[in-house]
Design a protein around this ligand. Structure first.
Ligand code: PLP
Length: 363
């Protein structure tokens, strides 16, 4: 199978696998005081130190969670209390669901945040919490977090950054850009599923979502998922060849355009590995199935947990109209091989051609 769905989950990196296995061999719960517990605690704190170094944060300001959905929910719960919440119109469902009454900040047609609209909303709503994604999971479009951070600082607003798709691929230093906090998820950069983190500026207090046994300095109750945390820390240090991956992505993009595809977010700064491309008149789920039958795993704009494909709210917010239901996401994994390009390009061109012969109605 040719796996091109890295934004759903990256393949586990060998360093992460080794770290997870070593953690599984360690007896003990990090909260126990005996020698086994102390060994587990040592692993946990070594992982925290490594994440702190990679993310330009203090170890004490890192809260490990079960993933980014939880980290985003914790940020909204802890920082959003009593504040108006402003969120980008293309945020991930983990933000949208946790802040259903948020005021949306529109995006431009290229998918980037409308900074003028953000400035106007900041004038209207005093002391809000602003939640913005660093990179969009469907289009790969990067937001100008530095500019947004300047606006938030000038207006005394808190800024939470959902950095899930950017960490490990383009930037880890969100605190320097004005973020109050940011969320990351291990399985999005080659760790295993089951661990994420909320990282805050120094000394930021966090009201816990889950109290439990007071772990993570009282900010997140529950036994931490040590093997997944060890894998997360190892994967973060593994390096990423963004230039090589962008070259491969650009080749695939050119092949899609030659076959009639329309690239979403073209012209905006984007993640190196992501291509969101619509085939006019062809439903996204039909394309996904056609490519799956050719042995290629991609995803459609918004595939929810039930596997049902609906038109993408991200592309709709970008004003994509009908194309919002006709786009697939191709996201290259860290270990993509050179022969992925000809294989994907041939399958895409064949799919596009079949559609032309059969007519748009077939899709
Ligand atoms: N935020 C973004 C931008 C994502 O792409 C995802 C996952 O797809 C999440 C948050 C949620 O991450 P997790 O799978 O760790 O809950």
């Amino acid at each position: 199978m040719l796996y091109l769905d890295a934004n759903a989950t990256e393949p586990v990196r060998p360093e992460a696998r080794a770290a997870a296995l070593a953690a599984m061999e360690t007896l003990g719960n990090p909260s126990s005081t005996h020698a086994a517990g102390r060994a587990a605690r040592k692993l946990l704190e070594e992982a925290r130190d490594a994440v702190a170094r990679a993310c330009h944060a203090r170890p004490a300001d890192i809260v490990f969670t079960a993933g980014a959905t939880e980290a985003n929910a914790l940020a909204l719960h802890a920082l959003g209390e009593g504040r108006t919440i402003l969120t980008g119109a293309t945020e991930h469902d983990s933000i949208r669901a946790a802040a259903p009454h948020a005021v949306p900040v529109p995006v431009r047609t290229d998918g980037t945040l409308d900074l003028d609209a953000l400035a106007a909303l900041l004038e209207m709503h005093p002391d809000p919490l602003v939640c913005l994604m660093a990179a969009n999971n469907e289009t790969g479009v990067l937001n100008d977090i530095e500019a947004a951070g300047r606006l938030c600082t000038a207006h005394g607003a808190l800024l939470h950054v959902d950095a899930v798709q950017a960490v490990g691929r383009c930037n880890q230093n969100w605190l320097a850009l004005g973020a109050t906090s940011f969320a990351l998820s291990g399985h999005k950069f080659g760790g295993t599923m089951g661990a994420g983190a909320l990282i805050t500026r120094p000394g930021q207090e966090l009201r816990p979502l889950m109290r439990g046994g007071g772990q993570e300095l009282g900010r997140r109750g529950g036994t931490p998922p040590l093997p997944a945390i060890a894998a997360l820390a190892a994967a973060l240090g593994a390096g990423y060849d963004g230039a090589k991956i962008a070259k491969y992505r650009d080749e695939m993009e050119a092949a899609c355009v030659a076959a009639g595809g329309v690239v979403m977010g073209a012209g905006a700064p984007r993640l190196p590995n992501t291509l969101c491309v619509a085939l006019p008149g062809r439903r996204a789920d039909a394309q996904l199935i056609a490519l799956d039958m050719a042995g290629i795993a991609v995803s459609a704009g918004a595939a929810c947990s039930s596997g049902k494909v609906t038109a993408s709210h991200v592309l709709a917010a970008m004003g994509a109209g009908e194309l919002a239901g006709q786009a697939i996401r191709v996201s290259l994994p860290w270990n993509v091989a050179p022969d992925a390009m000809p294989e994907f390009s041939t399958a895409y061109a064949a799919m596009a051609k079949r559609g032309l012969r059969a007519g748009a109605a077939s899709a």
